[in-house]
Design a protein around this ligand. Structure first.
Ligand code: MSP
Length: 505
């Protein structure tokens, strides 16, 4: 029997629950969602996991500041974050909270396994500690003036005994693995960053415990109850704990893509593969690293008051407008800059005038000139449509989501140009052009149907609405299999409605 094929498995980073979600969190979820939905549209099964990182000092401190115990605090916020995921139209199959018993059990299993395999040792540490970054610092972390950078927050001197994970023995195979599997970290420049780091530094052993006197909010070490687990060891394990807890490890592991931001690359491309390999588990196929959003060329921060709130944007402009902007504005890799002006510009030029106007005028003319009844098939735009579809397929398969939108929009531009060239409103006035008018109307309606199919992963609501206006099935359609000619002569469409009303009148 051939081996059972594994499901495509994609994850996002899990967010700290120490505040409210913002644009950065939304962006990561949207791109992972587009990739996951694209797989479904290509006929694959896909499993998509997102969730929350609830332990550690950061969260404990936020709970204290709110005057709540950590469990109550995270329980309350978890509800807000889950609603946020719904608001973004995310198609996740599970939602992990690192306080879930099912997750904690697997973390303990892995810890015990590595302890038994002699990967850990206990030692005393004397030095500096950044609570903000939850990490130990060395003199290498000081700047030229001898100070620790502001990103470390308040740095304290510590003397404490902890458990360490021996990383040194894992350095060479990891370098070899990344060199032999160039797709392991994408984009390229992020892979080079990891390789540069691994080749020019000796990996220091990783402290995987925190004494309970200092931190109580964590998973107790299964082999020493005086300690809790280092939050990153706990958090990274989520990618595996959920498949294992669901009894679906064989079907899901290894993960195909971990989508993360550039700031947490080392954890995912160095510590995580080492943890897995030490536990005898397969490594994920890819760590896909996106850039960071700024607002008006400034870092978003609560103190500046320039944090983009995706919920407010969605309430104002609609979900698909938000999803469109973040995917179209930024390829996966470089940093991006949000401005309200560029958002409004893209909305009007590309959604209202580009897509919205095309669908509206195509279907309105079919309603006006043919009472909404599809004329006989005609293939004038077929070859161009299929070429666009095939280009889009390649882009979706290689996670070039921004390029995929550009491909769809070139076809939209082509169709808008076709309306101008063929001038159906003029043809309608000339009784001798009745047949020609029918041909043009067919090309427009069928073009709209294909656009709706191509938009499924990106703008699911809009795709659905176009299909409804076409009075066509709204079931998920296979993007690779749907060709030209799906609308049949005689089919009756519904009344068109504006998809993206203009806001600047
Ligand atoms: N809890 C850790 C991740 C553990 S994964 C096993 C964490 N959480 S976070 O809430 O700080 O960040 C979650 C994700 O959001 C990260 O991938 C991070 O890069 C991303 N972003 C946070 N701010 C961002 C922007 N301004 N722009 C884009 N993404 C950003 O790190």
């Amino acid at each position: 029997m051939p081996p059972l094929s594994k499901q495509f498995y994609i994850t996002t980073a899990i967010d700290y629950v120490n505040g409210q979600p913002h644009l950065g969190h939304a962006y990561e979820k949207v791109i992972a969602d587009v990739i996951s939905r694209a797989r479904h549209c290509l006929g694959e099964e896909a499993f998509f996991l997102t969730g929350l990182d609830e332990h550690g000092q950061k969260v404990q401190q936020a709970a204290e500041a709110a005057g709540k115990d950590a469990q109550t605090y995270t329980d309350e916020l978890a509800g807000d974050w889950q609603s946020f995921v719904k608001k973004l139209g995310i198609s996740n199959n599970d939602f992990v909270r690192t306080t879930d018993a099912r997750h904690q059990e697997v973390v303990c299993e892995i810890l015990q396994q590595l302890y038994d395999a002699d990967e850990f040792y206990q030692d005393e540490y004397v030095g500096f500690y950044s609570a903000k970054q939850e990490s130990f610092l060395t003199d290498k972390d000081r700047d030229a003036d001898g100070n620790f950078a502001p990103l470390y927050g308040e740095v304290q001197e510590l003397r404490e005994k902890n458990y360490y994970f021996k990383l040194g023995r894992h350095q060479q195979w990891l370098i070899d693995h990344i060199e032999a599997n160039p797709e392991f970290v994408a984009p390229d420049y992020r892979r080079n960053e990891v390789l540069g780091f691994l080749k020019n530094n000796t990996l220091e052993d990783l402290c995987i415990s925190r004494p309970k006197e200092r931190l109580t909010w964590g998973i107790p070490l299964p082999f020493d109850s005086d300690y809790v687990t280092y939050v990153w060891f706990d958090a990274l394990t989520n990618y595996l704990s959920i498949p294992r807890a669901r009894g679906e490890e064989a079907d899901l592991w290894p993960a195909d893509i971990h989508v993360i931001g550039k700031d947490i690359l080392k954890f995912h491309a160095v510590y995580w593969p080492i943890m897995l390999k030490a536990a005898g588990l397969a490594l994920p196929k890819q760590v896909l690293v996106h850039g960071w959003w700024q607002k008006d060329n400034q870092k978003m921060s609560k103190s500046i008051g320039n944090v983009v709130d995706p919920v407010a944007v969605i309430d104002d402009w609609g979900l698909d407008a938000f999803r469109y902007y973040v995917v179209r504005e930024l390829a996966i890799g470089p940093d991006g800059n949000w401005t309200d002006e560029s958002f409004a510009n893209r909305y009007h030029a590309e959604l209202a005038n580009g897509l919205g106007n095309l669908v509206n005028r195509s279907l309105s003319m079919l309603t006006r000139y043919r009472e909404g009844i599809v004329p006989p098939q005609h293939d004038e735009l077929a070859a161009e449509a299929i070429a666009a579809r095939d280009k889009l397929l390649g882009e979706l398969k290689s996670n070039e989501l921004q390029a995929g939108l550009m491909t769809i929009w070139s076809f939209i531009a082509r169709m808008n140009q076709y309306v101008d060239e063929t001038a159906p409103f003029k043809l309608a006035k000339d009784p001798e052009q009745t047949e020609r008018l029918g041909e043009v109307l067919y090309n427009l309606a069928e073009g709209c149907r294909l656009l709706a199919i191509w938009l499924q992963p990106y703008l699911p609501t809009t795709s659905h609405r176009i299909m409804e206006q076409l009075n066509h099935s709204t079931d998920l359609a296979n993007l690779a299999e749907e060709g030209w000619g799906g609308l049949s002569a005689g089919h009756n469409i519904n009344m068109p409605e504006a998809l993206f009303p203009r806001r600047d009148k």
